[in-house]
Ligand binder design. Structure first.
Ligand code: ASP
Length: 369
């Protein structure tokens, strides 16, 4: 059985990757496969009193469709990658969110899009910034990752690569919406900052753990209203707004990107989780009874070890507290092998949803849900 799995791993592994780079989390047990999925549509000043019943229902329906798209794939044994892409493409096409169609405007009145995708099996990644004509930037990020020669492409070069790969384009009118244009005008006329007009960040993201133990993170955004000088946020910066490593977790963020870059949010969460896991393993090993020679009487197997959902929550909350200390607001979704995905945000609300193979399926908006 073991050899079959190894052979399979070798067959599907990209040629240059050592097989050990493709391992799942130590705790992954093929006899007990489980999946977990989460999405977000941005965090911010999202309060009940500012939403009509109709808007509330529309947002919930959009989140539920994105959650359902990924859930259907994972339930059928599909990959974390496909689930993340399916959800993000839907959210990019939805003008309610600040990604793809409905993206915020730059100071010059354009929509410049950023997106990133990371595969936790081997930490391969693809990211794009400042693209203006690609309908679904997350699909371009996937092409960058698949191509593998580079990780991060920008502007006209990214567009040229997209055209070589035959990606669907869209004219500026596809991305532009009235509400976002008004936000830019308000920012300019009233000398406001993006923080004042982007009360809901509206970036979209998804993270998934599939039945094979693979984790993927993806994020897509228009950035912040009134951004200038080729500004790049956290979303396409691997390790900041987007990060996945099968050994730890997968993270997608939303918020004021500058702070998320400075706190290296995605990587920090996964690495703190990894330390927690290792501490747990060391503690379990220390508790094993010793024989007369002082040797452990048995070897602790990783599947005997478990972190709780609360442990993952505590790690993400600590990193978000760090973001807050720097002055930043926003939130993250984190998927790990331990319980359902968790959310952590320091804003009044966050558009979000999560589902698991154990039957969790929920969408939420406000902080008190
Ligand atoms: N994090 C994004 C950025 O700074 C904005 C957002 O989350 O809406 O570009």
């Amino acid at each position: 059985m073991k050899y079959c799995a190894l052979l399979l791993a070798l067959l599907v592994a990209p040629a240059l990757l050592p097989p050990e780079a493709l391992r799942a989390h130590d705790n992954y047990d093929p006899n007990e496969p489980r999946w977990s999925f989460a999405i977000h549509g941005g965090a911010g000043t999202i309060a009940r009193e500012n939403m009509t019943a109709e808007q509330d229902a529309e947002y919930r329906a959009a989140l539920q469709s994105a959650l359902d798209a990924g859930t259907a794939i994972l339930t059928a044994g599909g990959s974390a990658m496909d689930a993340v892409l399916a959800a993000i493409v839907l959210l990019e096409d939805d003008p309610k969110f600040n990604a793809g169609r409905g993206a915020v405007f730059t100071w010059e009145g354009e929509n410049e899009l950023d997106a990133a995708l990371m595969d936790g099996r081997d930490r391969s990644a693809g990211a794009v910034t400042g693209v203006k004509s690609i309908r679904n930037p997350i699909l371009l990020a996937r092409e960058v990752m698949k191509d593998g020669r580079h990780v991060f492409l920008s502007g006209s070069g990214a567009e040229e690569f997209a055209s070589q790969r035959g990606l669907e384009t869209a004219p500026p009118e596809w991305f532009a919406t009235e509400g976002r244009r008004e936000a830019l005008e308000r920012l300019k006329n009233e000398k406001l900052s993006a923080r004042d007009v982007d009360v809901k960040f509206g970036t979209v993201g998804a993270v998934a753990l599939d039945l094979e133990g693979n984790m993927v993170a993806g994020t897509s955004t228009g950035g912040l209203t009134g951004k200038r000088w080729g500004r790049i946020g956290d979303v396409p910066v691997i390790g900041a707004g987007t990060y996945a490593d099968n050994r730890d977790c997968a993270v997608s963020a939303t918020g004021q990107g500058e702070y998320f870059i400075r706190a290296v949010v995605g990587y920090s969460i996964c690495s703190r989780l990894s330390h927690k896991w290792r501490a747990e393993a060391a503690e379990a090993e220390a508790a094993v009874p010793r024989d007369s020679q002082g040797n452990p009487t048995y070897a602790v197997h990783a599947s005997e070890l478990w972190l709780e959902e609360e442990d993952v929550q505590a790690v993400a909350d600590a990193v978000m507290a760090d973001v807050k200390d720097l002055g930043g607001t926003g939130g993250v979704i984190v998927v790990s092998p331990f319980g359902p995905a968790i959310f952590s945000f320091n804003t009044p609300g966050m558009y979000r949803g999560r589902a698991t193979s154990a039957g969790v399926n929920e969408v939420a908006i406000y902080g008190d849900e």
